[in-house]
Design a protein around this ligand. Structure first.
Ligand SMILES: *[C@@H]1O[C@H](CO)[C@@H](O)[C@H](O)[C@H]1NC(C)=O
Ligand SMILES: *[C@@H]1O[C@H](CO)[C@@H](O)[C@H](O)[C@H]1NC(C)=O
Ligand SMILES: *[C@@H]1O[C@H](CO)[C@@H](O)[C@H](O)[C@H]1NC(C)=O
Ligand SMILES: *[C@@H]1O[C@H](CO)[C@@H](O)[C@H](O)[C@H]1NC(C)=O
Ligand SMILES: *[C@@H]1O[C@H](CO)[C@@H](O)[C@H](O)[C@H]1NC(C)=O
Ligand SMILES: *[C@@H]1O[C@H](CO)[C@@H](O)[C@H](O)[C@H]1NC(C)=O
Ligand SMILES: *[C@@H]1O[C@H](CO)[C@@H](O)[C@H](O)[C@H]1NC(C)=O
Ligand SMILES: *[C@@H]1O[C@H](CO)[C@@H](O)[C@H](O)[C@H]1NC(C)=O
Ligand SMILES: *[C@@H]1O[C@H](CO)[C@@H](O)[C@H](O)[C@H]1NC(C)=O
Length: 887
């Protein structure tokens, strides 16, 4: 979400500031001073003009008008003092400047400067000498410094050792870092302070309590460390704008917040505020904007309490732990002039509240992920200012025809997914203009044909039609929607081939056509022509042929999932060009290749799934390969053979850390819409079902922690290298059904994160190392059908495993096997039998063993039988997690 701000808000700020600047009159009566004019010209010469240096669409090179022959007071972006003629203001925002700036810059000789705005240029990672800026202007009447949208400008906030009259300081979306100095409390004249979207460290200095002239304070996502709501904010009684969004704040929202009586805009979004919802907020009559989304606030609250806040126009409470009560009957009081109402995941029950239909100014309505029932009142479609409507993941019923939707002439974001709705084609008599729809989510809407109105939407960027029942080919007009960034039509009974016309979709970032009946080959352009495609999900179809051989340098692909198709041939070596690739799963195909050691050079690769293919040969790297980030390696059910060498294991460096938190796995992509929405697709595939969040955090945690190797059901022989014990972050290790011989390495005792270990169906001999008893997280253990002998280690952990874990080892004894150690019946370890061929162990044996899995594998979650079968499939849970957030 941070990214998003960087797009939207700078523009807003630039706009605001251009207003501020234009409000001061530029008087040209006095010629500008020659020294100042020269200094400015020198400054101009130190930059080149290049359009790409500015983000803003309406940027233009202001310094082009700077010519010696013209009075500098009339140059673009220059403001002079009406009496003295000194240059007092420089506004070079969005001026397409590219170059460096340093302490010698002639700019700093302009000592009368009162305002400096350098926003939205490219300073080529130079370090702004803010110290000079600060000290030089300390004695001017007022000073304003604006640096917004300068990601390639480094700097520190200077130490303000004496009181100064700086009244505006805006450091927004820059690469500034370091701490916010305590001395900022010396800037007692500050009325506008923005330190946002930067990489600061440390906490908010308590000296902020001195800044009692502040009217506007924005500390959004400034990078600060965890803290509680600062007490010294009590002093800032003049504040009218306060944003502490994404400030890592934790704890309760203090009830004294109501004493900030001038507050008009309060944004506490995306923190960890918990506890009962602070009722004192209801006494803040002056609030027009209240953003509390993404916290952990609790409580049962009447919605009516909010509706009594007379001036409220932005109310955003989504994604807390609130239970909002939708009052029965009609609501009498005059409604506030709500424009934004975000009540996502607020445990709302009953019908859609009827008073919503009276909010004629409503622009955004977010009711997704509640328990709303009944039909959608038709009058909702009369709220003609709506630009964002999200009702997804409720239990709404009834039929809606397209014509009704099309009455919402401003609508750019529509999500009706996952209800019990039926969307009807409508009469198609829509004559007037269509809404400017950019996002349309109609997953699980009982669609049997592609809604025809989609055809005419020429700004469509995000289309979700999954879990419908089309039973046809994708109509060609879809491939003509050049604006599409995300297309998901999974699980919708699509037939036929993926048209090569898909190559037209040059902006596509995500393609999900999984779980259909698609056949034919994968169009080769999916590897080459699109430099934007990041996620390609084609699993669960009947695609055949080779994977495209044309992956080009600069490919943006992060995830390729083609599991469960009929693909053949080799893995294309060109995949090494996909430098961003994180996830490659080609399981359940007929790919015939040797071990793809060459993937080891991919810097971001985290997951490799090759399960159930025809890979063969030895698992090794001929040269050095590193697999720097590999987390999950599933090579099971192939024909790999030969020994597993210690050198190979040592290549898996990323699995050697014992600090699991260093292995953060989640990643996401943010799509941008126009001004009203953005969509966040997290491909950590951590949640099975949109809207079900019960185990979300837990599953998330597991996924972060998931480090797994599955090489089961191959023909790998020789001893198990003891260096495997160095892969300290391993959680799951499955080596079963191979030809391993020799001892179980006692080094396994070092695998302190191990939760499941399967060594069954091999030729392992010797004793079960006593050291394994140290593995306190071990919840699943299977050494059945080997040639192990001696006593089963006795401890609490091992006593939880049942006989199934140990059967088929003649020499083993212990309670689990109902065989007392030291009995006369105890036989010495049997000699390894060279004729033993684990390949002969039948499916039947596997099933018996699987029954032993019972429940509770992996930190108590119901992994059940899934572990032994397919860990990746379990993790993916056959569904990509897609959030879309209107805002
Ligand atoms: C400025 O701030 C520093 C650090 O907070 C402090 O030591 C110093 O006394 C302040 N100077 C003035 C003039 O307030
Ligand atoms: C509040 O401001 C006063 C001066 O106006 C100052 O003396 C006091 O220390 C401040 N309180 C806090 C908590 O910063
Ligand atoms: C907040 O204001 C109320 C009265 O309006 C006062 O009684 C209370 O002491 C104030 N609280 C703080 C923390 O200043
Ligand atoms: C609303 O603002 C006015 C003017 O700033 C102030 O006098 C009044 O006390 C505020 N009301 C509340 C409830 O804070
Ligand atoms: C949601 O509402 C239902 C019924 O009103 C209630 O039983 C349940 O406890 C609520 N859930 C939460 C998390 O507050
Ligand atoms: C709402 O209005 C009705 C009829 O005017 C009245 O009987 C009822 O008491 C009112 N309810 C509230 C909460 O004001
Ligand atoms: C909502 O509108 C209806 C009809 O326009 C009106 O009867 C009702 O009083 C309104 N309710 C509120 C709460 O404004
Ligand atoms: C189409 O236009 C006619 C005449 O302007 C109008 O009566 C009719 O309601 C329109 N239909 C739709 C679906 O907008
Ligand atoms: C692909 O599927 C379509 C219908 O689903 C079928 O008509 C066609 O024969 C199939 N093509 C191949 C090569 O299997």
């Amino acid at each position: 979400m941070g990214y998003l701000w960087s797009l939207v808000f700078p523009t807003l700020f630039l706009f605001l500031f251009s207003l501020l600047f234009s409000s001061s009159t530029i008087i040209k009566a006095h010629q500008c001073h020659g020294t100042e004019s020269n200094a400015l010209l020198q400054f101009k010469e130190s930059f080149v003009i290049t359009k790409s240096a500015s983000y803003n669409q309406v940027s233009y090179p202001k310094t082009v008008s700077w010519m010696p022959s013209i009075d500098c007071c009339s140059w673009d972006g220059i403001e002079c003092h009406g009496v003295t003629g000194h240059v007092i203001g420089i506004n070079l925002s969005s001026s397409q400047l590219y170059g460096s700036i340093d302490a010698n810059s002639s700019l700093f000789s302009l000592v009368h400067l009162q305002s400096l705005d350098l926003s939205d240029n490219n300073f080529n990672h130079s370090q702004l000498p803010t110290k000079i800026v600060a000290t030089q202007h300390i004695h001017s009447k007022k000073f304003s410094l604006v640096l917004a949208n300068n990601q390639n400008l480094n700097g520190l906030i200077p130490d303000f050792q004496s009181r100064s009259l700086v009244n505006q300081l805006v450091i927004f979306d820059t690469n500034f870092s370091g701490r916010i100095p305590t001395s900022i409390g010396n800037l007692t004249s500050l009325n506008w302070l923005t330190i946002a979207q930067c990489n600061f460290q440390g906490s908010i200095p308590s000296s902020f309590g001195n800044l009692n002239q502040l009217v506007h304070l924005n500390l959004k996502s400034s990078g600060l460390t965890i803290g509680t709501f600062p007490l010294f904010f009590m002093n800032l009684t003049r504040l009218s704008f306060l944003s502490l969004e994404g400030c890592n704040l934790i704890g309760e929202i203090p009830s004294w917040i109501m004493n900030l009586t001038s507050l008009d805009y309060l944004n506490l979004k995306s923190n960890t505020f918990y506890g009962e919802f602070p009722h004192s907020l209801f006494r803040m009559d002056n609030l027009t904007s209240l953003f509390l989304r993404f916290n952990s606030l609790q409580g049962k609250l009447e919605l009516g309490l909010f509706l009594k806040m007379r001036r409220l126009s932005f109310l955003d409470l989504g994604y807390n732990k609130l239970s909002l009560l939708n009052e029965k009957g009609s609501f009498n009081a005059t409604l506030p002039p709500l424009e934004v109402l975000g009540l996502e995941q607020c445990n709302l029950t009953g019908g859609i509240p009827t008073w919503i239909m009276n909010l004629t100014g409503l622009q955004r309505l977010g009711l997704q992920e509640n328990h709303l029932q009944g039909e959608i009142p038709h009058s909702l479609f009369s709220l003609e200012n709506l630009h964002t409507l999200s009702l997804s993941s409720n239990s709404l019923e009834g039929e809606i025809d397209n014509d009704m939707l099309l009455k919402l002439k401003m609508l750019s974001y529509l999500s009706l997914s996952d209800n019990k709705l039926s969307l009807l084609p409508g009469k198609g008599s829509s004559n007037g203009t269509l809404p400017p729809l950019e996002v349309v989510e109609l997953d699980s809407c009982n669609l049997v044909e592609f809604p025809s109105f989609l055809q005419d939407l020429d700004q469509l960027a995000f289309l979700g039609l999954s879990n419908n029942d089309f039973k046809t080919v994708v109509p060609n007009w879809i491939w003509e929607k050049k604006s599409l960034q995300s297309l998901s039509i999974s699980g919708s009974s699509l037939t036929g081939e993926i048209s090569p016309l898909i190559c037209n979709l040059k902006s596509l970032v995500l393609l999900d056509l999984a779980y259909n009946n698609l056949n034919g080959t994968i169009p080769s352009c999916l590897g080459s022509s699109s430099q934007s495609l990041q996620i390609m999900m084609l699993q669960g179809n009947k695609l055949f042929g080779h994977l495209p051989q044309t992956y080009v340098m600069g490919s943006a692909l992060k995830m390729i999932d083609v599991t469960d198709n009929n693909l053949q041939g080799q893995l294309p070596r060109e995949l090494v060009n996909c430098r961003m690739l994180e996830f490659l799963d080609v399981s359940y195909n007929a790919i015939n290749d040797s071990f793809p050691y060459w993937l080891g050079s991919l810097p971001e690769l985290k997951v490799i799934g090759l399960r159930f293919n025809e890979f063969h040969g030895i698992i090794n790297c001929p040269n050095i390969c590193t697999f720097p980030k590999l987390h999950i390696l599933d090579l099971s059910h192939n024909k790999f053979s030969g020994n597993l060498t210690p050198e190979m294991i040592m290549n898996l460096k990323s699995m050697t850390t014992s600090n699991i938190s260093q292995l953060q796995y989640e990643d996401s992509i943010v799509f941008f819409g126009g001004k009203n929405w953005f969509t966040h697709v997290s491909y950590s595939f951590t949640m099975s079902n949109k809207g079900v969040v019960t185990d979300y955090e837990q599953i998330q945690k597991i996924f972060y922690c998931m480090v797994a190797i599955d090489i089961s059901s191959n023909r790998i022989s020789g001893e198990i290298p003891s260096v495997l014990g160095d892969l300290k972050s391993l959680v799951l290790l499955n080596m079963s059904n191979n030809l391993f011989i020799g001892d179980i390495p006692s080094s396994f005792g070092k695998l302190s994160n191990l939760e499941a270990l399967d060594l069954s169906l091999n030729g392992l001999s010797g004793k079960i190392p006593q050291k394994l008893a140290q593995l306190t997280f071990l919840e699943f253990f299977n050494v059945s059908f080997n040639k192990l002998s001696g006593p089963i280690p006795e401890n609490k952990q091992f006593s939880t495993f049942e006989g199934n874990s140990f059967v088929g080892n003649q020499g083993l004894c212990g309670i689990q096997l109902k065989k007392k150690c030291g009995d006369s019946s105890w036989s010495p370890p049997t000699v390894f039998d060279n004729d033993h061929d684990s390949g002969s162990i039948t499916e039947f044996d596997w099933k018996i063993i699987l029954i032993g899995y019972g429940g509770g594998v992996v930190t108590g979650l119901a992994l059940g039988n899934a572990f032994g079968l397919d860990i990746l499939a379990w993790l993916k849970n056959k569904k990509l997690l897609c959030f879309s957030y209107p805002f």
